[in-house]
Design a protein around this ligand. Structure first.
Ligand SMILES: [Zn+2]
Length: 118
């Protein structure tokens, strides 16, 4: 039992950096792909421990966690989206940013090496 607890605590430490980074990433691009692949513009983000609450321009709320191995993490890594939320009216330059700038070079590789099973 003691061993298990210790292991969990080490895992948490190990993931801390990644967690900070995905939140930073979202804070930068201000975009979030919903479960259906609709890309929303983020109005605000509130970090609460290992989770963050995103509020979109269309007043939807999403609770996200630290994992880049989640569905959304995969969408972000691959720069996928099905469509853009009409209410959020994400401008073209933001989509451009989403699909190119932020994912180049070291920032891209940061995301790539977490590519595990969902
Ligand atoms: Zn929206």
């Amino acid at each position: 039992m003691v061993t298990e607890e210790k292991k969990t605590s080490q895992d948490k430490k190990r993931y801390y950096r990644k967690r900070v980074r995905i939140f930073n990433l979202i804070d930068k691009i201000k975009l979030w792909p919903s479960r259906t692949g609709q890309l929303h513009g983020i109005r605000s983000m509130e970090i609460m421990g290992g989770k963050a609450r995103l509020t979109t321009h269309c007043s939807k709320q999403f609770f996200i966690n630290d994992s880049l191995n989640s569905r959304a993490g995969r969408w972000l890594r691959n720069k996928w989206f099905v469509n853009v939320c009409p209410q959020c009216a994400v401008p073209d330059w933001k989509l451009e940013k989403y699909s190119s700038t932020l994912f180049r070079r070291h920032q891209g590789s940061m995301l790539m090496n977490t590519d595990k099973e969902d």
